[in-house]
Design a protein around this ligand. Structure first.
Ligand code: M6R
Length: 573
């Protein structure tokens, strides 16, 4: 989603902002821009498309300015055009603004601006913030910020420049995160810790605002000085590719450690009673894959619903039940809204998320952290496996504790199929459609395998229960159609063998993901995984599927870490 960056200090502003924007690239965006004050005037440079295109425009820019703001935009209000791209200037060019979030009362604010003779030039809600700042300006930018923030409804993190104070940045936020870094002779701000690295970092409090200059940062709330919250941001290494061709590949290989840290952190906490899982995308898939384990662990029925659908479901009383909200980022708007809705319905709320002090942890009563470390690639990998590992740890009894502790080693061994996955990926790089099927816990993993392939290769891929294949979908299987068949439970072997035979009889190419020799022999190709107790297997069986999608995307020349149209965390409902 949109990302914000700001810098004030001694460095060349154009290079400092370009470097910051590169760090935000992973969040997903379709245009980018920067602004800085030069000789009492605000200068804005923008470009549609990749940061590299903006950098081409910036290559010849020379300036004395040492303070500026920048933005990567993921289009919501209006198409990805240069006019809609941030920073936005106010009507008198007194303020430049970058914004992350959604202004819910934008129609009302637009009318207010139009009544004052201001016609917005873009389709964005963000431009209105710039106009409001100038309308509220009476010579003191900080007061204009306070008045403007009070007029906004919705979620926002905003950074602004005022041409009358060329060395200062003004920041304010509600709901959307904004991190402020302070170092010797410099200050910076960013939407996340990977981009805001300084000696000390702070999370701007909800409803707080700040003034940043090379002399330091001042924090305010309701017109009075406020104490900021000090936080630790990601260490530099975890935000770099570290010799891997892509972040996705690096993160795939970080999974054993991520799972080990997560299992350790869960300790002896356990989930009990009736559980409703809520999440989106891969987080929903992780929940789905954990349903059989949950039912065995809690002895009660468990369900998974996508967070977006839960918001519109029957308002059944949740008293006595637990809603478990899964989100890697902790910022997915549907999931945060589902947490609030679950509380209203009387559920006890528990989050499973990778980001402490995220919107989701604030919305839930209890929080369980996964310890995957920052995930940069848009396609989640260690986010999924650390959720699966957390659920395994939360739901197993004493008799399986050892198996849970061994999960990281099993994930490590599953990485050994990389060469085979690379070879088999050829089938996917040239197919019209692909299927991922499995039963019970393997079904959730199948959903996740299909999502991975879809999002980074753009190949139409479908995940479904192996038993469902014959109820319609098998009509799509033709000569050479790849069907990935996940098999982890020996008790289901006969059914798996039947599925393999049924697909092959129609010319489909079956790729088994299994530890079972007999299943392997009945399929065209095999991606080997070690045997683990079936209910714990999703964290392991998903690994070959991630590698398959990764290698297919590389073969097809796709932008692996930043697939088209996608954002890392979807902060709009
Ligand atoms: O941060 P979250 O886990 O809440 O994100 C949910 C989905 O947006 C996310 O899993 C998405 O499906 C990924 N791109 C999948 O790789």
């Amino acid at each position: 989603m949109c990302g914000i960056i700001g810098y004030t200090g001694a460095d060349d502003i154009v290079r400092a902002l370009a470097g910051g924007l590169e760090k935000l690239e992973y969040r997903g965006y379709d245009s980018a821009g920067i602004a800085f004050a030069e000789h009492g005037r605000l200068r804005v440079i923008k470009s549609v498309g990749r940061i590299a295109l903006l950098e081409e425009k910036l290559a010849d820019v020379r300036t004395d300015a040492r303070c500026g703001i920048g933005h990567t935009r993921w289009a919501t209000h209006g198409r990805p055009t240069e006019i809609n791209c941030h920073p936005h200037l106010s009507f008198g060019k007194k303020f430049a603004v970058v914004h992350n979030g959604i202004i819910e009362n934008c129609r009302k604010l637009q009318t207010l601006c139009e009544n004052r003779g201001i016609t917005p030039v873009s389709d964005t809600d963000s431009e209105l913030i710039a106009h409001l700042l100038e309308l509220n300006y009476e010579g003191d930018a900080l007061s204009a910020v306070r008045r403007t923030a009070a007029m906004l409804e919705g979620s926002f993190a905003v950074a602004a420049l005022c041409s009358d104070a060329p060395d200062e940045i003004y920041a304010f936020r509600r709901s959307s995160p904004l991190i402020i870094g302070v170092g010797k002779g410099m200050c910076c701000l960013a939407s996340d810790g990977c981009a805001a690295r300084a000696e000390r970092t702070y999370l701007l409090g909800d409803g707080q605002y700040a003034r940043l200059s090379s002399r330091g940062a001042e924090f305010f709330s309701h017109g009075k000085p406020a104490a900021p919250k000090r936080i630790q941001t990601a260490d530099a290494g975890s935000c770099e590719r570290g010799g891997y061709a892509h972040f996705m590949l690096k993160e795939i290989h970080e999974q054993p450690e991520a799972a080990a840290r997560t299992i350790e952190a869960v300790g002896n906490r356990r989930l009990r009673g009736e559980v409703l899982y809520l999440g989106c995308g891969s987080s929903y898939n992780a929940a789905l894959a954990a349903i059989p384990l949950t039912e065995r662990g809690t002895g009660a029925e468990a369900h998974a619903v996508t967070a977006g659908e839960f918001l519109f479901s029957e308002r059944v009383n949740g008293r006595g039940k637990t809603a478990v909200l899964l989100s890697q980022s902790g910022e997915t708007a549907d999931t945060v809204a589902a947490a609030e809705e679950a509380k209203r319905r009387g559920y006890a709320t528990v989050s499973i998320t990778n980001v402490p002090r995220s919107s989701l942890t604030r919305a839930c009563r209890r929080n369980i952290l996964t310890h995957a470390g920052p995930e940069i690639s848009v396609a989640t990998t260690k986010g999924f496996t650390s959720q699966a590992a957390a659920l395994a740890a939360l739901l197993t009894g004493a008799e399986e504790e050892d198996a849970v502790r061994r999960l990281p080693f099993a994930i490590e061994r599953a990485l050994g199929c990389d060469g085979d996955a690379k070879a088999v990926s050829e089938l996917f790089a040239s197919c019209r459609t692909a299927f991922f099927v499995g039963r019970r816990e393997d079904c959730g993993a199948a959903y996740e395998g299909a999502l991975k392939l879809r999002e980074i290769t753009y190949v139409p891929a479908m995940g479904l229960s192996a038993g469902e294949l014959k109820h319609g979908t098998i009509s799509l299987v033709e000569e050479g159609t790849p069907v990935v068949l996940i098999h982890t439970d020996p008790a289901l072997k006969d059914k798996t063998l039947l599925t393999a035979a049924t697909v092959r009889a129609r010319g489909g190419t079956v790729i088994a993901v299994t530890a079972d020799d007999e299943v392997a022999a009945a399929c065209d190709f095999t991606l080997r995984i070690p045997f683990v107790p079936p209910l714990l297997s999703p964290a392991v069986s998903v690994v070959p599927l991630q590698l398959l999608a990764y290698h297919a995307a590389v073969r097809m020349g796709r932008d692996v870490d930043k697939p088209r149209n996608l954002a890392k965390s979807v902060t709009v409902e």
